[in-house]
Design a binder for this molecule. Structure first.
Ligand SMILES: C[S@@+](CC[C@H](N)C(=O)[O-])C[C@H]1O[C@@H](n2cnc3c(N)ncnc32)[C@H](O)[C@@H]1O
Length: 260
């Protein structure tokens, strides 16, 4: 019996190309994605000194970390995700940004995730398009953990789909319609999420990560309905955050800031 051959190396240029395609694919669903990133950077600029430590929760291949580190040359970050494919693309394609970014494989639904990141208190936790993957009980636990890991005065800055209440079905319908109409690509243009995933899983250099991912990452559609905006704010208050407000929004696509 012959041993299975090792996958070829993942070249930096190739990982960068996958990351670029990732950003374009995300923009298909979030045409205001860059504007939302800017709104989040504005919050960090207003809330923190020039030198700060941040966590990027559900960092994917590092789109948000990259922008934070570019805007704040003295900042240092820890990018956390459980997806082996996205982590590899981030580690190879973005790297450590001159030793300022570390990458951590951890499942935010599991209580021990915080042990995988550097010790001590952080000044900020940031996240984009990720926390809606967590069920309400998991999010409550995550907020409690963050309340312990953020220093007093530190901020959580979350850009995500934060829904209108279930009782506002009409507003939810309007928001869905507005979202597609405002997309430059429209609902059928550009590379879709599904297609990006189909294509990246054919990448020979990612063969081992594809196998790992099949074991670790649940299908996106299996998640339970996430908390709505009011649910997030109540959970943050219960966890010990002093204040929380929406600072940017396009319908249900919002940036929620909470102060520890
Ligand atoms: C739509 S992607 C967004 C990635 C990145 N933040 C961005 O804006 O490009 C959602 C990310 O959340 C991550 N994620 C979802 N559930 C997670 C969990 N339980 N633990 C760690 N990461 C998780 C996924 O693996 C994925 O990278």
């Amino acid at each position: 019996m012959t041993a299975p051959s090792r996958p070829p190396p993942l070249r930096v240029a190739r990982a960068r190309e996958w990351r670029r395609r990732w950003d374009r694919q995300q923009e298909r669903y979030l045409p205001d994605r860059e504007e939302r990133f800017h709104a989040m950077l504005d919050v960090l600029s207003a809330a923190l000194p020039a030198r700060f430590r941040f966590l990027d929760l559900g960092a994917g291949c590092g789109s948000l970390s990259e922008r934070v580190l570019h805007e704040f040359p003295l900042a240092r970050g820890a990018a956390v995700d459980f997806d082996p494919i996205l982590l590899r693309l981030g580690r190879v394609g973005l790297g450590t940004v001159g030793g300022r970014l570390s990458w951590h494989e951890a499942d935010l639904r599991k209580p021990g995730w915080t042990r995988t990141v550097p010790a001590g208190r952080f000044d900020a936790a940031v996240s984009t398009t990720a926390l809606h993957w967590l069920a309400p009980a998991e999010l409550n636990a995550l907020y409690r953990t963050l309340a312990r890991r953020l220093r007093p005065g530190g901020v959580l800055v979350n850009g995500d789909h934060l829904a209108y209440p279930a009782t506002s079905e009409r507003m939810r319908r309007l928001a869905r319609r507005a979202r597609w109409e405002s997309s430059p690509a429209g609902p059928s243009g550009g590379e879709s999420w599904r297609r990006w995933w189909r294509e990246v899983q054919k990448e020979p250099a990612l063969r081992e990560e594809v196998e790992l991912r099949a074991d670790r990452v649940p299908p996106h559609h299996e998640r339970v309905p996430p908390l709505d905006l009011d649910g997030h704010r109540r959970a943050l208050a219960r966890a010990g955050f002093r204040a929380s407000e929406v600072v940017w929004s396009r319908w249900e696509n919002r940036v929620l800031v909470a102060v520890r």
